[in-house]
Ligand binder design. Sequence first.
Ligand SMILES: [Zn+2]
Ligand SMILES: [Zn+2]
Length: 255
Amino acid sequence: MSKGALMACAAGVRVLAEAALDWVYPRHCYDCGRPIYEPGRSVLCRDCARLLQETRLDGHVCSVCGMPLPAAPGDGALCLTCMAEERYFDRARSFFSYAGPVAPVIRSFKFRGEFFLGPRLLEHALRRGWMPPQLEPPAAIVPVPLHRRRRRERGYNQAALLGRVLARHFRCPLIDRALKRTRHTSRQTGLSRTRRLDNVRGAFAITRPRAVRKMNLLVVDDVMTTGATVDECCKVLKRADAATVQALTLARAMR
Ligand SMILES: [Zn+2]
Ligand SMILES: [Zn+2]
């Protein structure tokens, strides 16, 4: 048997085994909790998966930070924050708004040890060709790092898991640990924009300067709210002489 036929055969066996397992132990939808009797890797039932379409951020957005804007602005329209302040990222985008079925999936991904959920949601989007507007294909991916202590608590860096999927998609390297978090920062949740900026200022340092120099980079994280965290990472990368730095997150929380 040829190698290709063997691989196809193994893939077939895996699909059958997964389907059989799903039948015995049905997975449950992470949004509504109903069992999912479907072969494949979905983490949402068909109804909740359909709602994902409505949370996509593929409409009119600020040309810099990706914040949704009302009505149809012209090309290069900016939100109020980007008009008032300079951002270090050249462009930031997100796949979904942090709403509907996206929120419970990301909460379980981040806080309940279900490390496979974020990658599955991202693969769901990529398989359908969903890509936020105006994003340029990068030359390398840089995940937002976690502090050693938080990484140890969680067991994984959720941004790196998403980064791995995107590196495969863009066929480019993932530069894990290009940055490190030098300070254990308190959680950003519930902080105002100014407090968030103060909280992350100086929290990152470059550890692999040669790997990022003159590169078109994509900084990846799970959720962006004010953009303070990704912007601080982009600042450090720009100072290390990266050519361009875009940011991409799975979801965007609107305050
Ligand atoms: Zn559901
Ligand atoms: Zn903006």
